[in-house]
Design a protein around this ligand. Structure first.
Ligand code: NAP
Length: 658
């Protein structure tokens, strides 16, 4: 393990292997037409407009509709689909016959013209700067730091410590490396990957489309599935870490137990332990970054008699591969995103499966949830310049920004407590229809599976029909009477039935509200972070907090999203902000920056107030989004654009520079 420093780029580890390369398009007409059938048409139309520079591609083309209710292909009907395919075919044929000449550099008026095909005219100005950044149509990594320590402050000793080599820690390390800032990552396990390393339960996969759930700067990975399984995600993060040469800067098997701010240097001293718990040499860093995540400490419920159970038990995030479930009677507690992924697989192995549901999840119909990336889509990705960028943009625009309006609370809503406004109610209707169809006339199952709270006030569960089918099996029971206690033989329900089990699996989620636990953090004047928070974690932009200078949180309080987007997008914004902050310190020749309390408090007031205008804040249903004080401490109440805007530049006045 070494510290990465200003010579990091000289190692040759620049992630080039993860950059996308486009191959020449030489396919014949018939083959080309077949590939287009797998395209997401709004994205392909935009790519073709860019490629051909022919206004006819978009002129009079069907305008796509975005959002959950629109359906695939921007809501096009059959005639519109045929029309759009014909336009794309013509443009790609011309591109091929013209010798695959790379398109000229995009001008802003052109981009505006193309974007006006999908974005309302009145919102274009607001989105343009963001889209220029996100789309990076000139093929460069637009978000890479535009400064370097060697130029800015060559003689400063400025070292960064990152806790965690998961998605966030890796992202921070890459940007620090690009800026020539020395860093070390402390990772308690023996692998990179964070949650994708910890969660190995059967069926574990991502529930955000991979082409969006991926780093903007590492798009050269061929995702085999639209929503890839855990081993693929772990492979992606390992390859990113390897591609950027991060491994040699990671101290595996090392846990940061305590971090103490040093008033004299404005830096942090870290107390470390090895895997066997022995204390290691302390480490001094000028700045501390937490990439510890929210969803990594299992939440074990407090159910009477848990210790009495005679058989094996384990939590979904600590899956015990040594327990063979074949032919066993298995009880699963919980029906959240994790449990709903492993339940169908466990049902295939067990002789009997009893699933204990406290609150039904809303199922989000996703027909292609388990499907491989269609071959045509893969081919277009490889052969049509900028299709990948436009596809990623279209995912962002249609499924991320496009869903926020469905969770808005209408203050005048009189439609009852099971929805929060007319659009939310429309979604409720759509999801209910899906449940009715998926339960195939089984009224009892439909009743059990129908949630009685507004859609999206809890995290939805993606479904391609497998969950209702599993619950309908003869050897599977969906138990909704509630758990009275656990005993030696299994689970006693509140209505007095003894359900016998050989194994109990807890799919009971994580202690997400306990940010940065169990790390002890001591800031200015000896203030202890967990005392300050008192179970109610807050931060400015989810990143910094008063009295704890030079401590930067990634995936911190109120940076989680429910319906709209990918956590990787948020992390990239947070890391941009981190780099902007370091640049400020180096330019100003300062040691540390401490967030101004009034700025922090006013920000949190806005967040709290606006979260109450969203389904997850207004609804009374219990969720992991709310902490023990009932405050939504996880979620960001706005769109992605808003977070990008707020984290784009560091406002020096928001900080006391030390
Ligand atoms: P979760 O959503 O918090 O679900 C926990 C489940 O356990 C809920 O059904 C909960 O019931 C139940 N539960 C908790 N305590 C209980 C008790 N004492 N008695 C009975 N039931 C109890 O946890 P998760 O499924 O692990 O998912 C957490 C988050 O991780 C997700 O929301 C998602 O953001 C992320 N995740 C993502 C993926 C993915 O990308 N595919 C996969 C897994 C997880 P209540 O609903 O009544 O509280």
């Amino acid at each position: 393990m070494t510290e990465s420093g200003s010579n990091a780029s000289s190692t040759g580890s620049n992630g080039a292997a993860l950059k996308r390369a486009v191959l020449p398009l030489t396919a014949d007409d018939e083959f080309l037409a077949r590939q287009i059938e797998d395209a997401d048409l709004p994205a392909l139309l935009l790519a073709c407009a860019m490629l051909s520079r022919d206004p006819a591609v978009l002129d009079g083309a069907p305008r796509p509709v975005r959002g959950l209710l629109a359906g695939p292909n921007g809501g096009y009907d059959e005639t519109q689909i045929a029309d759009a395919r014909a336009r794309c075919f013509e443009a790609l044929k011309n591109y091929r016959d013209g010798g695959c000449v790379a398109p000229a550099r995009t001008t802003q008026p052109e981009l505006r013209e193309w974007l006006s095909f999908v974005i309302e005219e009145e919102r274009l100005d607001e989105f343009m700067p963001f889209l220029l950044d996100e789309l990076s149509l000139d093929g460069t990594d637009t978000r890479a730091p535009k400064w370097n320590k060697a130029e800015l402050a060559p003689d400063r000793d400025f070292k960064v410590a990152i806790i965690g080599a998961g998605m966030s820690g890796i992202c921070a390390a890459i940007r620090l490396q690009q800026a020539g800032i020395p860093f070390v990552i402390f990772e308690k396990s023996q692998s990179v990957g964070g949650t994708w390393h910890d969660n190995v339960y059967p069926g574990c996969r991502v529930d955000v489309s991979n082409h969006f759930y991926s780093y903007s700067f590492a798009q050269g990975f061929e995702w085999p599935f639209l929503f890839s399984p855990q081993p693929v995600l772990l492979d992606y993060f390992r390859r990113v870490a390897d591609g950027f040469g991060l491994k040699e800067h990671i101290r595996f098997g090392t846990e940061v137990k305590r971090a103490v701010f040093d008033e004299a240097t404005g830096g942090w001293t870290l107390e470390l332990t090895g895997e066997d718990g022995t204390a290691l040499e302390p480490f001094d860093a000028q700045l501390l970054v937490s990439g510890m995540g929210q969803l990594n400490r299992p939440n074990m419920p407090d159910i009477e008699g848990m210790d009495e159970f005679a058989g094996p038990t384990f939590h979904s995030a600590r899956w015990d591969k040594g327990v063979d479930l074949t032919g066993k009677r298995v009880a699963v507690i919980g029906t959240g995103a994790s449990a709903c992924q492993f339940i169908p697989i466990v049902a295939d192995q067990a002789s009997e499966l009893a699933v204990f549901q406290r609150t039904a999840p809303w199922l989000l119909p996703t027909e292609n949830y388990h499907e491989e990336v269609p071959s045509g889509l893969q081919w277009l990705y490889q052969h049509v310049p900028f299709y990948a960028e436009w596809y990623r943009f279209w995912l962002f625009w249609s499924t991320a920004e496009g869903l926020l309006e469905t969770v808005e609370v209408d203050p005048n809503w009189t439609g009852g407590p099971e929805s929060v406004g007319p659009l939310n109610n429309e979604v409720r209707g759509m999801l209910t229809e899906y449940l009715k169809a998926a339960t195939g006339g089984d009224a009892d199952l439909l009743e059990k599976m129908t949630p009685h709270y507004p859609p999206f006030s809890k995290r939805f569960v993606r479904d391609n029909g497998i969950l209702p089918r599993t619950f309908a099996r003869e050897d599977v029971s969906l138990e909704t009477a509630g758990i009275e206690r656990i005993n030696e033989k299994g689970i006693l329900t509140k209505d007095g039935r003894q359900i016998e089990a050989d194994v109990i699996i807890y799919g009971t989620g994580f202690t997400a509200s306990e940010f940065l636990m169990p790390l002890e953090v001591v800031g200015r004047d000896g203030r202890k972070l967990h005392d300050e928070w008192n179970g109610d974690a807050r931060a400015y932009l989810g990143i910094t907090l008063p009295h704890f200078p030079n401590l930067f949180l990634l995936y911190g309080p109120n940076t989680n999203i429910v319906v709209n987007g990918s956590i990787i997008f948020f992390t990239e914004c947070e890391v941009d902000y981190l780099l902007g902050s370091i640049e400020l310190l180096l330019r100003e020749g300062k040691n540390a920056m401490d967030c101004q309390k009034p700025v922090h408090d006013a920000y949190n007031e806005r967040i709290d107030s606006d979260n109450m205008k969203r389904a997850w804040g207004a609804a009374t249903v219990s969720t992991w989004y709310k902490n023990q004080h009932g405050r939504v401490s996880q979620n960001w109440p706005y769109g992605l654009l808003e977070y990008w805007k707020q984290t784009r530049e560091v406002e020096p006045g928001d900080y006391e520079l030390l």
